[in-house]
Design a protein around this ligand. Structure first.
Ligand SMILES: *Cc1c(COP(=O)(O)O)cnc(C)c1O
Length: 400
């Protein structure tokens, strides 16, 4: 590490204006300003209250099912020559890490007196997690989802409807996550008073990236404790996570970011190959720009048109990354790798056969890089197993 970590500012939390180094901030239309400002001036106060802390803790424990296990994978360890642990976010209620954030945000929304919740979703995991907590809390829930994602994630659409949410198709652009996000922002502008927008990743205008990272940071908090029990040390040598917007990675990295000995490895979706023109490897293909309210790295043409991303997994099919990750990339604090559609599929089948765990397609990307990292036998490697594969069964069936 060339620059010492202490000299790189705002790696794990942004400054007052919401900047992680050069990235972040709040670039929003004037009509959205009151909503975002209300949240910005209140979120830290709310999450510091006794009531919030005890409600959040209780719901994570008894409703979400935390702590999730840190599972020592004997078979992967033998195969790759290191101690490999899987942080089992796939065992969270609703099947992925997303619900850690939706529980936190719905409690914030309640503190702010909001009665109506909107959300965007790609794979549908965030939509399901949002619809779930809204059902629990008795709040109206509207989920925007790209038309193409509605087709490829039918089971999650059915779940959201069963949970009482209204699913609204986004029919513009590539009809995927980016377009659903645009629709949700439009809705928020039209409903400034009674509505809270639950963003599902560490993206969007400040304070969203920081707020979401704080809610997901429970992942690395637990890893530290659990690893200490298993290995006697609370620091792993490597933490590996897939990155769409970057929330499961933010959560898995959070308490290790300022520990220079821990290698942080982010895996992006290379789609059909990084240089194929059909990819979602944002850090490597991206340039600085503004997307969905913050400055970050994004895939765009020379004149600033957003390039349509591609990934086999709807949850990684996004042309940007959160500003925290753009800064981790630029500062060199995290190592960015990528996995193609085909490699992710193979890794999903491998984990299913060797460990009896069917991972989400997004998660499978993180497993791909195990073969590319030169481990030592004594290394302890934690992979964030962000979600389970039930929602991807139709895709897996096509490749059986
Ligand atoms: C949504 C999702 C992702 C990608 O989102 P991040 O914000 O990058 O974590 C990864 N894995 C699963 C299972 C998901 O549902």
């Amino acid at each position: 590490m060339k620059k010492t970590i202490s000299k790189i500012k705002n790696l794990s939390n942004p400054d007052k204006q919401g900047y992680y180094g050069d990235f972040g901030g709040a670039f929003i239309p004037e009509m959205l300003y009151p909503n975002v400002e209300e949240l910005r001036s209140n979120y830290l106060k709310i999450i510091a209250t006794k009531k919030f802390k005890s409600d959040f803790k209780a719901l994570l424990a008894d409703y979400v099912g935390r702590p999730t296990p840190l599972y020592f994978s004997k078979n992967l360890s033998a195969k790759y020559g290191a101690k490999i642990f899987l942080k089992r976010e796939d065992l969270c209620h609703t099947g992925a890490h997303k619900i850690n954030n939706t529980v936190g945000q719905v409690l914030v929304a309640q503190h702010l007196g909001k009665k109506r919740i909107i959300a965007e979703t790609g794979a549908g995991q965030h939509g399901v997690a949002t619809a779930t907590v809204c059902a629990l809390m008795g709040l109206e829930c509207i989920v925007y989802m790209g038309e193409k994602d509605i087709e490829r994630q039918a089971p999650n659409v059915a779940r959201m409807k069963m949970l009482g949410a209204t699913v609204v198709p986004a029919t513009s652009g590539s009809k995927t996550l980016k377009d659903a996000t645009n629709e949700a922002i439009r809705d928020w502008i039209n409903h400034p008073d009674d509505t809270h927008y639950i963003i599902g990743s560490v993206v969007g205008p400040h304070p969203y990236p920081d707020m979401v990272a704080r809610f997901q940071s429970v992942i690395s908090k637990e890893i530290k404790k659990q690893l200490k029990k298993c290995t006697g040390k609370n620091l792993p040598t490597h933490v590996i996570a897939c990155v769409g917007g970057g929330s499961n990675a933010a959560g898995a990295f959070y308490h290790f970011i300022n520990e220079p000995k821990v290698k942080l490895i982010s895996v992006e979706a290379a789609g059909c190959g990084i240089n194929s023109g059909k990819s979602a490897a944002t850090s490597q293909l991206g340039t600085p720009g503004i997307l969905h309210g913050s400055k970050s790295l994004l895939m765009q043409t020379a004149d600033g048109q957003v390039v349509e991303p591609h990934s086999i997994s709807a949850g990684l099919d996004y042309p940007g990354i959160g500003p925290m990750h753009a800064n981790l990339y630029k500062s060199g604090r995290a190592i960015f790798m990528s996995a193609t559609d085909e490699e992710a599929l193979a890794a999903a089948f491998e984990l299913s056969k060797t460990e009896g765990i069917i991972p989400a397609l997004e998660t499978a990307h993180a497993l791909v890089v195990l073969k590319d990292i030169p481990f030592k036998k004594t290394d302890s490697v934690v992979i964030c197993l962000s979600g389970r594969g039930d929602k991807d069964l139709a895709t897996y069936m096509d490749h059986l």
